[in-house]
Design a protein. Structure first.
Length: 134
């Protein structure tokens, strides 16, 4: 509701579109999320969180090469963000690039020590090593 209101109040608000895209992705609407995240990143705007979210939307839509490109760019923009490394590992897993996925998950684990995200990264690593591609 807040993201929707932000977009309605200021249709030029890139952050509003990014937030709405994040919420749509969480709601299981990757196509709608991708539309909003594309708007949030228009004009060459660089935002690692929005790039990572767009990567996740593309991954869920099966656009794995494009998802990989966004996830790599996100880690270049924010190399100290565990969240973007986690997404990169998920894309690499979907592409069956286990060595790269392992490195990305380990980086996410290292960056998130003692935080809730550490457990998610460890689980993603374990699932990848067990052969799951999700």
């Amino acid at each position: 509701v807040v993201a929707e209101q932000a977009v309605q109040l200021d249709p030029s608000s890139r952050d509003g579109f990014g937030l709405r895209g994040a919420l749509k992705l969480r709601a299981g609407e990757p196509r709608a999320a991708l539309r909003d995240l594309n708007i949030a990143l228009e004009g060459g705007r660089v935002n690692a969180r929005f790039l990572s979210l767009r990567s996740a939307a593309k991954r869920r839509l099966g656009r794995l090469i494009a998802a990989r490109d966004d996830s790599i760019y996100a880690t270049e923009v924010a190399p100290d963000s565990a969240r973007v490394w986690l997404e990169r590992g998920r894309v690499e897993t979907a592409l069956d690039d286990k060595p790269s996925a392992r490195q990305s998950f380990l980086r996410a684990i290292d960056l998130s020590r003692g935080q809730e995200l550490e457990a998610l990264a460890q689980l993603a690593l374990q699932r990848m090593e067990a052969g799951y591609k999700d």
